[in-house]
Design a binder for this molecule. Structure first.
Ligand SMILES: Cc1ncc(COP(=O)(O)O)c(C=O)c1O
Ligand SMILES: N[C@@H](CCOP(=O)(O)O)C(=O)O
Length: 461
């Protein structure tokens, strides 16, 4: 299995090389050269298997000879042993033909743990074998950062620097990043919004002298392994509702487009998915793009679902690559145009996008109303990101089961949840102690040189 860049000029890499490389050296994102397909019989064979068994079967064709079957099974087992739910990703029925896929039973209470716990194990296996150390720099709008810190804290061959937008994450999300005491963890509160954080991260990758000098590695969904791990729960949930004999649809609360792109990969692998619905908050660039055919950046307006406050949706590039017939030159051109704020999607690519994805948006008021209504009618307390998706999913209910991804635990967003429905669930005991711990964080400017200097100075050698 080889991986190619969405911008067409970086060298093709193996799974392990792509994972350790992060951003391609032409600025693009790695994707598999071909998507392995599972037959209906293969998919039917997943019924009754554990999450870990399904993870092994679904991901195995993508990893080539990076790990033996036994090594890979052991890695998967270690990745999910800390989850607090036996099923790992349980389904809860919300109404006729509407289900919530709970993805918040991992250690940091967000769906990011599914991929981050796995790549923590994959990185460790790979680094130990090569006797190497790396410097991870990540950008977060709230959840990726804490998941990365949890997966890599305390490791002697990894430094983790996490850039988050100052004042734009919830208090709990911030404390998850600033209270770990491990010396290899560096929480950086940057002036600007998430797009600024992600842009500076990509700048660091595009500065080859810096990148090679510090051994830069990425754990954002820039990294293909992150996306791959998220494909698994599309299969596990669909199969438990009758796939491949029955179609399903998914609604995904969307920001950086990694999660819904994993659903797209599951569909390409043969999972019978009728609709893939992109749910956006008031920062609705993806919804507008599908409606108008123009990807046009607007100002990011802070919302009650802060992890989705994104304008430059990194993985959309991976989708465009396919919609443009895998023409890396065309994608490089679009990304160049985006530097001045927008690009127009060709008619052919737009038609394909609209055949593949549908979309909807929820305003702040609609998000709050959904939290309140769901609590009153079903007793389910939703996190604001999930509420955005539930509101949009309800507009797409049909005769096939709709699976709405529930991406974070409501206790991570107490202010928004209390404002909407008057109360919120307690944090699980393993996180409650965080409240009284001192915070360790460095305020940093939105300035590439200053960030590079800080990383150079702080990382262990
Ligand atoms: C809780 C939550 N929901 C939804 C999203 C959006 O997911 P993605 O960025 O993969 O589109 C995020 C951020 O990634 C998140 O943290
Ligand atoms: N919403 C994310 C943004 C980063 O997304 P990633 O999937 O590229 O890591 C977050 O919570 O940080």
């Amino acid at each position: 299995m080889k991986y190619v860049s969405t911008r067409g000029t970086a060298p093709s890499l193996s799974f392990e090389e792509a994972m350790m490389t992060g951003l391609a050296r032409d600025g693009g994102l790695y994707v598999p050269a071909e998507i392995p397909v599972m037959s209906p019989e293969d998919i039917a064979g997943l019924a009754g298997k554990s999450y870990e068994e399904i993870a092994f079967i679904v991901m195995r064709p993508f990893i080539g000879d990076a790990f033996t079957d036994e090594e890979f099974k052991a890695i998967i087992a270690r990745a999910y042993e800390g989850f607090r739910h036996e099923a790992r990703a349980p389904l809860v029925q919300l109404g006729p033909n509407h289900f919530l896929l709970e993805l918040f039973h991992g250690p940091t209470l967000a769906f990011k743990d599914f991929a981050m716990q796995l790549i923590g194990q994959l990185f460790q296996a790979s680094l130990m074998r090569a006797n190497k150390r790396v410097t991870i720099v990540g950008a977060t709008s709230g959840d990726t950062g804490s998941a990365a810190i949890e997966a890599f804290r305390g490791l002697s061959n990894v430094d983790v620097f996490i850039l988050f937008p100052h004042g734009r994450v919830s208090d709990i999300q911030r404390k998850q990043m600033t209270t770990p005491e491990d010396a290899n963890v560096h929480a950086l509160a940057m002036d600007g919004d998430f797009d600024d954080c992600q842009a500076r991260l990509k700048d660091m990758f595009n500065d080859f002298e810096f990148r090679d000098g510090v051994g830069l590695a990425g754990v954002n969904s820039i990294n293909w392994a992150r996306v791959l791990a998220q494909v698994v729960y599309y299969f596990s949930s669909a199969v438990s509702l009758g796939a491949p004999h029955r179609e399903v649809s998914f609604t995904v609360p969307t920001g950086n487009f990694g999660d819904i792109f994993a659903g797209y990969i599951a569909k390409k692998m043969g999972l019978p998915v009728r609709e893939l619905v992109i749910a956006t908050n008031q920062n609705d660039i993806l919804h507008r793009t599908l409606e108008t055919g123009e990807y046009a950046k607007a100002e990011t307006i802070p919302s009650m679902s802060p992890s989705m406050d994104i304008q430059v949706s990194s993985n959309f590039e991976r989708a465009l690559f396919d919609m443009y017939g895998r023409d890396g030159g065309a994608i490089a051109q679009l990304m160049e145009e985006l530097k001045s704020g927008s690009f127009k999607i060709s008619q052919g690519a737009l038609e394909q996008l609209r055949e593949t994805f549908t979309s909807g948006r929820a305003s702040e008021e609609e998000c709050a109303d959904t939290i309140r209504d769901m609590e009153r009618t079903t007793g389910e307390i939703l996190c604001p990101h999930t509420a955005v998706a539930v509101k949009v999913a309800k507009e797409h209910l049909s005769d096939v089961p709709m699976i709405t991804l529930s991406t974070a635990h409501p206790a991570k967003f107490p202010d928004a949840v209390i404002a909407a429905c008057g109360h919120y669930p307690d944090l699980p005991p393993h996180m409650a102690e965080m409240a009284d711990k001192p915070e360790r964080v460095t305020r940093v400017p939105n300035d590439l040189d200053a960030l590079k200097k800080l990383v150079h100075e702080r990382r262990a050698r």
